[in-house]
Design a protein around this ligand. Structure first.
Ligand SMILES: [Zn+2]
Length: 253
């Protein structure tokens, strides 16, 4: 039974991520993502339902459009896979609960920002706003007003820390190193995490981003890397491992 649920959540995750991909690719270009037929990005040929099955269509068509033969952006199956896995992990860890809805929100946010930040180097405000409201409602249902107030406090603390890091980065590197979207993203993390685990997400993100940016610098001669997906990765690690302030203190002392 448990395995069946895991499969259901995996499939749900791939389907949702398929939609999030459309949102992530269209929203920053100001295109409508709710209406409008699904079509190939290159030849605009409308897609049949069986050509839109997450992961499977991509594999069957060997990663190409059936009409024009153009390659399908690999970010699409990749986000579907990430989404499917994160949804299944969410169910595995939290079971049927309010925490599961929060976890699914974290997974969804991960997929959308992965798409927008790696494609356009932006984190759209609309996305942050939507998930901000979503997390506030769920935290309220979970812990009531006191819970929400403490989370808004962590949100403000994390936002401030990230903002100061952005200013410091600009002073040190004489150019923009962190985007405003990264700073606002930390506010969102605070709505779900306590401030110390929230700070840990920044630390983990930097730790993971450093080798990746060195590789990119060496291979692609570019030092422009989106930090959002790394922040989300740090966030996912802390959130799914349920790392709390108490656990961090226990770890160090
Ligand atoms: Zn095509």
């Amino acid at each position: 039974m448990e395995a069946l649920y895991l499969i259901v959540f995996f499939i749900l995750g791939t389907l949702m991520s398929s939609f999030f991909c459309v949102v992530g690719l269209r929203l920053p270009r100001g295109e409508n993502f709710v209406k409008g037929k699904s079509a190939c990005d290159s030849c605009q040929h409308p897609l049949a339902l069986y050509e839109m099955i997450p992961l499977i269509s991509y594999l069957l068509q060997k990663g190409r459009c059936r009409y024009c033969g153009e390659k399908i952006a690999p970010i699409i199956p990749l986000s579907e896979l990430i989404g499917g896995l994160l949804y299944a992990i969410s169910y595995y860890i939290f079971g049927i609960s309010i925490d599961l809805l929060i976890a699914i929100g974290v997974a969804s946010l991960f997929v959308i920002i992965f798409v927008t930040d790696t494609t356009y180097y932006i984190i759209p405000d609309t996305v942050l706003f939507f998930f901000g409201i979503y997390f506030v409602i769920l935290e309220f249902l979970k812990q009531g007003l006191t819970g929400i107030l403490s989370h808004i406090t962590s949100a403000i603390i994390l936002f401030t820390i990230m903002y100061l890091m952005m200013l410091l980065g600009e002073k040190l590197f004489k150019r923009e190193s962190l985007g405003g979207g990264d700073v606002k993203l930390l506010f969102l993390f605070g709505l779900v995490l306590e401030s110390i685990p929230g700070f840990l997400t920044i630390f983990l993100a930097s730790l993971i981003a450093l080798p990746s940016s060195l590789i990119l610098l060496y291979k692609e001669k570019t030092n422009m890397i989106p930090f959002g997906p790394f922040l989300l990765l740090g966030f996912a690690i802390v959130f799914y491992n349920q790392i709390t302030t108490a656990k961090i203190i226990e770890f160090f002392f």
